[in-house]
Design a protein around this ligand. Structure first.
Ligand code: ADP
Ligand code: ZN
Ligand code: ZN
Length: 655
């Protein structure tokens, strides 16, 4: 029988669903409606929403219903499995069902297009290698095990990808489907090359740079069974694969698996849930597992599969720490000498600087005044070629100052480390070498990223300087020296995961250097040569780092020894924001939640003129009980006008 009435949820923070009538003549079977989008009148607007149920009568409590304007899809976009997953997301991450469904298949947002990277050297494509005995063991253990969660913990270059692909082949051969997650889009392009030609069917690709219509096309290909392997970044974890047999989650430690907007889901956590619901296996991998995953391996929740050798050869490089406190310049004499030597040999250099935000800052040498953004509390960055101080959070710009606005002193200047500053110094010291810079500023122009990388690979560039962009996925035979210009930028962030991040950065960057040669060198400049994250990172002493870090976390009561729920309130009126959050926090305390911290100003206290405060709820045992109480308190408390609430379950950063 055809349904006449439907219930619809919207991408709004509203728990309830809304009843509508179908337009005359548009009645369909319920099964053909649930999971479709509709355009429906909502208040004074028309909104797109999701059909979550359909029937031939209205619910009892509802007297009458407006008609939807249109049914947007000819067949549902979600089956019951994904609707159930959305239900879990909304319960666990404390968002509405409409918000959960909208994050699974977002559309209508403005998309930007980045050029594909396509980095794989051609001779590497489609070559079928003989597995090493370690790889064989890992493959057998994973495919023959009845356990659900597996972790391939292997040093950089140990051939994890090959194991992933072999496990995928076996799963596909059983007639099941495979989901392959990578942390970022540039790696998707690289992996597409590896997958195409290796498997009969063209893999579907899902990531946030597709246009809505491209995304929908891929979605339908997956639903129809035309694609049996899906590759993508975080949100691809929701791909509508039927008969799912395996989820691969590469570079598990990457924080880009955690969503930065509502719902703030973690790709790994959703993958675990999806595997549990579907009976699929989860295979994660990294050379530097997240501290939580390390703990999960120790507890036996994740089955640890170890790769200790590099089957293609290439020794791990020598890593040397250079103490920058003693150096007057950004580039220490030792780094300069090493660069000189390598360049004279006709080899290439990569210089790595953590991020563009850590650049030139204005400061007063008399009183210490630091120029910060008026809207955000972070220091402004000096961009020399534009002669502007720019805020990297909101884009605010001002002309540089010549006087200290605080004390009037003229002894002002710029200090810090920026890609542009390093670029200038390098160009001055090595005028005969070709130098290219790659960061979000320089890669903004279409084609620059691809072109720079091609030129570097072909040897037309001697020194490549850049941010994250150069750190990941770049394996070039000509590179002999990797210099980390400043390893400890992340360490000054007020965040309990800062050490973990600095550590994994060093290990991952170092891993690129010795890919193709036995004489690779890595030089790590730092202001904190004794910091354990730096020392263990440079020694490649992975086990020691986790032992140290787990001890720290235990002492501080931070994850994985506890779980956190973070509530952020933000708004233009700082006093009101704080008062509102104080009220909520009081409710938490009265309800008997054992460990409530806050409210406090967020480390990034103001962003784009919004004042930010947060409260943390910590749970050392009984997380589900604490989660339940928190959820109920939140759903019964109103957020005052002009204030926006962010809920973060298991936050990965507290900035
Ligand atoms: P990881 O992802 O663990 O850092 P990769 O998967 O990138 O390492 O592998 C490193 C290199 O080793 C690649 O060039 C890959 O083609 C090669 N490789 C992998 N397995 C083998 C093998 N069994 N024999 C020879 N080379 C291999
Ligand atoms: Zn001053
Ligand atoms: Zn700003």
């Amino acid at each position: 029988m055809a349904a006449e009435f439907i219930e619809v949820v919207f991408n709004l923070p509203l728990k309830s669903c809304f009843s509508y009538r179908l337009p005359e003549g548009e009645e369909r079977k319920a099964a053909d409606l649930i999971g479709c989008r509709v355009s429906a009148p909502f208040g004074r607007r028309n909104l797109n929403g999701w059909v979550i149920s359909a029937s031939d009568s209205l619910p009892e409590a509802v007297q009458e219903a407006k008609a939807v304007l249109r049914i947007l899809d000819t067949q549902p976009l979600f089956g019951q499995d994904l609707l159930d997953l959305a239900g879990w997301i909304s319960e666990f991450y404390l968002c509405s069902l409409g918000e959960a469904l909208s994050v699974m298949l977002p559309g209508g947002k403005k998309e930007k297009n980045l050029p594909p990277l396509g980095l794989s050297p051609e001779d590497e494509l489609h070559k079928r290698v003989v597995l090493s005995s370690e790889q064989e063991d890992a493959l057998r253990q994973i495919t023959q095990s009845s356990e659900s969660y597996h972790y391939l913990y292997g040093i950089t270059g140990s051939g994890k990808t090959e194991v992933f692909l072999r496990v995928a082949e076996e799963v596909l051969a059983q007639g099941k489907t495979v989901l392959f997650l990578v942390p970022e889009i540039s790696l998707t392009h690289q992996m597409v090359d590896d997958l195409t030609g290796r498997f009969d069917k063209k893999p579907a690709v899902l990531h946030s740079h597709l246009t809505p219509s491209q995304k929908l096309t891929e979605w339908r290909r997956i639903q129809s069974g035309d694609a049996t392997i899906v590759l993508g970044a975080r949100s691809a974890v929701f791909a509508p694969l039927k008969n799912l047999g395996l989820i691969i989650l590469d570079e598990e430690h990457e924080t880009s698996y955690k969503s930065g907007s509502t719902p703030r889901y973690h790709g790994r956590q959703v993958a675990m849930k999806r595997c549990k619901m579907s009976g699929a296996k989860l295979l994660m991998g990294s050379a530097t597992p997240s501290v939580e995953s390390w703990a999960m391996m120790e507890q036996g929740v994740f089955q640890k599969r170890l790769l200790k050798e590099r089957p293609a050869g290439g020794a791990l490089p020598d890593i040397k720490i250079l103490d920058l406190k003693k150096s007057k310049s950004l580039l220490s004499q030792e780094l300069i000498r090493a660069m000189d030597r390598v360049l004279k040999e006709g080899k290439q250099v990569i210089l790595f600087l953590n991020r563009r935000g850590h650049s030139y800052y204005f400061h007063c040498r008399s009183c210490g005044f630091e120029m910060k953004c008026r809207q955000c509390s972070i220091p402004l960055t000096y961009h020399k070629h534009r002669n502007r101080m720019i805020c990297h959070y909101c884009g605010y710009q001002v002309k540089p100052l010549t006087l200290c606005p605080d004390c009037g002193s003229m002894d002002v200047g710029y200090a810090g480390f920026g890609t542009e500053q390093v670029e200038e110094q390098v160009a001055a010291i090595f005028p005969d070498s070709t130098l290219a810079r790659l960061d979000t500023d320089s890669a903004r122009k279409k084609g620059v990223l691809q072109e720079t990388i091609t030129q570097f690979r072909d040897g037309h560039i001697d020194i490549l300087l850049g941010t994250q962009m150069v750190a990941k996925g770049l394996n070039f035979p000509g590179v002999k020296l990797v210099g980390i210009v400043l390893a400890d930028t992340g360490l000054s962030l007020p965040d309990f995961r800062a050490a973990e991040r600095s550590f994994s950065l060093i290990v991952q960057v170092a891993g690129r250097a010795g890919r193709y040669r036995n004489d690779g060198e890595v030089l790590v400049q730092t202001m904190r040569p004794d910091n354990p994250a730096i020392v263990y990172g440079c020694q490649g002493n992975i086990e020691a780092f986790y032992k140290f870090e787990l001890n720290q976390r235990k002492e501080m009561g931070f994850p994985p020894f506890s779980r956190l729920i973070r509530i952020v309130y933000r708004g233009k009126d700082g006093r009101k924001v704080l008062e509102a959050l104080e009220e909520l926090t009081q409710l938490f305390r009265q309800a008997g939640l054992p460990d409530v911290m806050g409210p406090a100003e967020c480390p990034l206290g103001v962003i784009s003129g919004n004042h930010r405060y947060h409260t943390l709820i910590r749970s050392e045992d009984d997380f589900s009980g604490i989660h339940r109480i928190t959820a109920s308190l939140l759903s019964h408390s109103d957020v005052p006008r002009g204030i926006y609430r962010e809920i973060d379950i298991d936050p990965v950063q507290l900035l």
